[in-house]
Design a protein around this ligand. Sequence first.
Ligand code: SF4
Ligand code: SF4
Length: 136
Amino acid sequence: MKFNEKNCVGCGVCVRMCPFNAREMFDDLENGIRKLKFYPERCRRCGLCKEVCINSAINEEGGVDEIKKELVFCDKCGAVLTTRAHLFYIINRLKEKYYANQTLRRISAENMGIETRDLKLCPLCLMEEYKKVRAI
Ligand code: SF4
Ligand code: SF4
């Protein structure tokens, strides 16, 4: 039940679902890294993590015990949004519809080296932005 390094996007869903604490997640805010760990000695092979994984990133054989992914922070308040890999996963799933969300537009623009006024925003800061727009 180790991580498939290539497929794992660091969303943390498997960590939250494991009933036996065999998976842990830690956000290193100083270095902007999310670390996920699998503890084989605690695993009872119930299969739940594999079932809920959003990107087929749990191997029954092989794989790695530890994953590190770059974190993305809200440009206004500094809250953790999620990992960059997770945001790319969402962009790929939404296809052209991702363009309705300014955080996803910004992530895509950063990837292409394009300058934009869009910001990466957490839900609370996004709500504040909407309120300002509606008040105009
Ligand atoms: S197989 Fe079950 S016990 Fe093992 S890591 Fe996955 S959810 Fe946890
Ligand atoms: S649910 Fe899948 S993609 Fe998300 S952190 Fe766990 S292994 Fe990685």
